[in-house]
Design a protein around this ligand. Structure first.
Ligand code: 5AD
Ligand code: SF4
Length: 447
């Protein structure tokens, strides 16, 4: 058994950026308890899974991962295994009943209870903690020891929208905004630890409302924009029905707020948008895009599209295709509809077979690849500001960074540029990235 000073934790993260953020906080709390993080679960004394249940596939992945851990527990009976995140919230105590090798289960609102759950598990207590609502103690600010250049900060949790396909309101609970003061303190602490780019996270950032001072999201952005030493701000996700002029103006006017927006449409068919309970029509969505581009012409737009929602006809699907052609997104995440527990769509008639959903997804993705490539090729010749992250994944002597719009640009340059802002000229657009050349006069350009 590992000695007291040599405890190791493996945190396996599934799902969205919210979970990635929570996992960072879990790692920070476990470091305080003397646990060193390890990449390989075989080496761990504690394994924590941070799970996702937004689509069926994501949930299945969790179960197969948990199943494999049975063998490890047999070999190392002292191993503690905890399951957190949305599957934990959805299934609660029944996970402990079904999976005897699990030690504890905790929902997204019980993240700060992790140290206590681990301590009690070491004493043999098996439990599930899945109350939704603010955690009993202060949420606190947990900054990783070496956070890198980019970090996330949650501004709000939960969702009140009840899109008919979505499990999030059930597993993450009602919308709750964090106090602006706490968010700003966290941003400042991250910047002090070397972070230069912050992504503000919420299921629906547009309905952020400071519980202490009444600041809305645009107001919060203005305050974060004032944090000294911070260079770049991104945020996600915006709900199209709530995208107000204040946020568009903030995007246009605040220098540190990057020209990028994730504005999930979900479908291009009015009939399906209604069945999905999205709260806007195709025309209203397009009007939002027009307003946004009018003020911020260079904005890179992202979207999520679900194919094969119950009752989706070929005509409905074609309207999603035509939406892609009309908007010409820079980033697209597309999914096959899957039934989720508790949801209204799960009880609808007209479910589509897997083959139809699969072939629609392939068509949609092929169209987006073609649009994405054309959009990237159209970037050639443009001058872009990059935050250099490090050596490119492929290609010798190449460095990689992100433009203000969030596009990956690879360019020949020295490794010393990592962590700096540089200017490049785009030379070529590829499917997933851009190629560029460093502008000589800006070799010294740092913020
Ligand atoms: N089936 C397929 N995709 C879904 N999403 C949410 N719920 C489902 C579901 N039941 C997608 C939506 C959402 C993204 C995070 O996941 O597009 O924006
Ligand atoms: Fe789910 Fe809709 Fe809320 Fe997004 S806005 S988390 S899709 S219910």
């Amino acid at each position: 058994m590992a000695s007291h000073n040599d405890k190791r934790v493996h945190i396996a993260t599934f799902g969205c950026q919210m979970n990635a953020y929570d996992s960072e906080r879990m790692a920070g709390m476990m470091a305080h308890m003397g646990y060193t993080p390890v990449q390989n679960p075989d080496q761990a004394d504690l394994i924590v899974l941070n799970t996702c249940s937004v689509r069926r596939r994501a949930e299945e992945k969790v179960y197969s991962y948990v199943g494999e851990l049975k063998r490890l527990k047999r070999e190392k009976p002292w191993l503690i295994i905890g399951v957190g995140g949305c599957v934990a919230q959805q299934e609660g105590y029944s996970l402990l009943r079904r999976l005897p090798h699990l030690d504890f289960v905790f929902g997204p609102d019980a993240v700060t209870s992790l140290p206590e759950l681990v301590t009690q598990a070491l004493q043999g207590k098996r439990q599930a903690r899945t109350q939704l609502g603010p955690p009993p103690g202060p949420a606190g600010i947990i900054v990783p020891a070496d956070p890198g250049l980019r970090a996330m900060v949650t501004v709000m949790t939960g969702c009140d929208n009840f899109c008919s396909y979505c499990v999030v309101p059930y597993v993450r609970g009602r919308e709750r905004s964090r106090p602006a003061g706490e968010i700003l303190d966290e941003v400042a602490a991250l910047v002090a630890a070397g972070v230069r780019e912050i992504t503000l996270l919420g299921q629906n950032v547009n309905s952020y409302h400071d519980p202490d001072g009444g600041l809305d999201f645009a107001g919060l952005l203005a305050r974060v924009n004032d944090v000294e030493g911070l260079w770049r701000i991104r945020f996600t996700t915006s709900h199209p029905k709530d995208l107000g002029q204040g946020l568009i103006d903030a995007l246009a006017g605040l220098d540190k707020v990057m020209e990028q927006m994730h504005l999930p449409a979900q479908s291009g068919s009015n009939r399906l948008l209604k069945a999905m309970n999205r709260g806007y029509t195709r025309e209203q969505y397009l009007e939002q895009v027009r307003r946004l581009r009018e003020k911020v012409p260079q904005v890179a737009l992202g979207s999520d599209i679900i194919v094969g929602f119950p009752g989706e006809t070929q005509k409905d699907f074609e309207q999603s295709l035509s939406l892609l052609s009309e908007v010409r997104y820079d980033f697209l995440y597309s999914f096959k509809y899957s039934d989720r527990p508790f949801t209204k769509a799960g009880r609808l008639e007209g479910k589509l077979d897997e083959d139809t959903k699969g072939s629609r997804l392939v068509q949609l993705q092929a169209l987006q690849r073609a649009i994405g490539l054309e959009e990237h090729q159209a970037q050639a010749g443009r001058v872009e500001e990059l935050l250099v992250e490090g050596p490119a994944k492929h290609g010798q002597g190449l460095m990689s960074g992100r433009s203000r719009a969030g596009r990956v640009v690879n360019f020949p340059g020295p490794p010393e540029l990592a962590g700096r802002l540089v200017m490049v000229r785009v030379t070529q657009g590829r499917e997933n990235s851009l190629a560029g050349e460093l502008l000589p006069a800006t070799g010294e350009y740092t913020a």
